[in-house]
Write a protein that binds this ligand. Sequence first.
Ligand SMILES: [Zn+2]
Length: 225
Amino acid sequence: MKYLIHDAGHGGKDSGATANGNIEKEYTLEAVLYVLNRLKNLGLNSDCTRTTDIALTNTDRTNKVKEYKHCISHHFNAGGGSGVETIHSIYSDGKFENLIIEEFKNAGFPIRQKPVYSKKDLRGKDYYYMHRDTGSCKTTIVEYDFVDGLQSEKIKDKLYREGMYECVISAICKFHNVKYVPLAEEIGMDYKALYENELSKSDAQKILNEKLLDKLEQITKIINE
Ligand SMILES: [Zn+2]
């Protein structure tokens, strides 16, 4: 059985939630590609349900996901609320989901009032098909924030969105015992490449420090606005 798959919610003719210039299917694909790449650099290989803007049926999705032990289904919310929430199966303990929420809290992102939950349908089964029809795979649905909520302007900023994806990456690393290297250090890793090419060590360090400070400042600024 394969280990971890990321599901980019919606796609193709299904845009998902749209408001204020925010298009869910674009953000979910962005999230998946970003997380896949970062995890790969950190030494954890995973897969995804789509890498382009295509429509998938529920069955397309569940057939892929069933082959894995864990799945994270990436979504953005709608309905005018605020903050991140995670949904787990009625058969799961929510440990991983709580880890994700901790990371968002620590980073200063807004959290929904009940940020971790599961939901039953009228038959007493899992309400969401990504939990109900995915066999033994443990699926976590992450709803990053609301396209039409309090942060609908902030989430237009790619840097703000990436800050949220980093929280999920960090939680995955903790849960799966992989060493998490913050984005800051990953940018720092470019330094080696720069240094080895043409710049002197001090010049390379200077440029990267500026680049890094700038990026961290931007992230802090956006969160605190
Ligand atoms: Zn969605």
